[in-house]
Design a protein around this ligand. Sequence first.
Ligand SMILES: [Zn+2]
Length: 453
Amino acid sequence: MSLELDRRLADVGTRFRIFPQPRFLMKADGSGPLFAEPELVIVSIEPAAMRPGPGDDRMFVVDAIGKLPYNNFFRPPFRGTKRDPIQPDSEGHFDHLDPATREFSAATMYATVRRVLDIWEDYFGRTIHWHFESDFDRLELIPLIEWNNAQSGYGFLEFGFGRSPNGTIDHTRPYCENFDVLAHELGHSIIFAEVGAPASRQDEGIDYGGMHESAGDLVAIVSSLHFHSVVDHLLESTRGNLLTINGLDRVGELSDSREIRVAFNAMRMSDVGDEPHERSLPLTGAIFDTMVEVFQHDLVAKKLITDDLRIRSTNLPGTAQDLDEIQAEFTAAYTGSEDAFKESLLRARDYLGRLLAVTWSAISADFLTYHGILRAILQADREITGGENAQIIRECFAWREIAPVPTSMLLRPHTLASCGFQANDSGSAAASPRDRLLPDPRPNGSATTSAHL
Ligand SMILES: [Zn+2]
């Protein structure tokens, strides 16, 4: 979401507080939680338009009592007993809730999902209509059920708690307060709404499954880069040296965040199998790398780093010496230019959000391949920038080994013979009607070259 829109919403929207990352992420020195205080967020709905829950015209919280998880026979809407809806303060806002209360957790679930939807509807430039709109108009949000799991399904998100090492419910880890988990699940809903699902039973959907998980992670990563505390922490730890392939050790305490670990992965296609989470990694890496490269090109354009440093940080020779030297140069460049680095990163974030929205609007779920996604991304970049970042995209995807599969018909050469341009050995020319329309290119009418067209 652009900074301008974010500022505009601040004047008209409804205030909530949410934790940017789970409270169980600790500082490296063990002195306390990494994000001890919840951060103020403003959702796009005006206080006067809020509905009980909290809720609005797209989603609502139901704090169900004694509810079992939904399954094939038990589906929304929830008709059982529920707690009273959470009340706003006298001005219609919800940022007064105490983080130690159940009310805070329930309000957080609404605020997180609404905020992520606001961000992505801005990138799409339009309403994202739910994939379950033929049955329900609103998404049902159920926080805090007694379950050591969470699930997103047709018309609902219902969240329990994390699991202790022996498998029991860990009440200190409510999933509904975990921004990354909620944003990831909403990412799946966005893909169902915008890309759909494969129609044919012959379609194994292997790359489709990887794309789904990748989209969940990318929605979470891009959304979490809307928290000033997360962006500041990321830049402070790395000094803007965001190269992902060996960058995880530079992100400090944030490396305990699942989404950061996913963004900073070094997997290529030859490292992964068909399991969707595993298969998602090279695609997520290629797309996140694209954002980092766009960020670094912007730093060069603003003369904050040299092009030489950008190239060296991209094409690492791989020795520790060089890495230290590169980091020292980034630290020198970052110091005193913190605001300019942040502005470049937020611009790159918004480019990536828009790039993904245009791409997801264009691709079909049927027989989807990563190579097809790459081509849709190149097309999206042409629409957004006139193709400025085409080479960056090609290189990031090439490093991850995302290319046409060896059996792809895209790789099949067409010879003159297969195109019907060549006479057979007996000299009876013009096997196809097209031959009769074209002059014979052979000097003496007998050459048998099979040039690849
Ligand atoms: Zn997922």
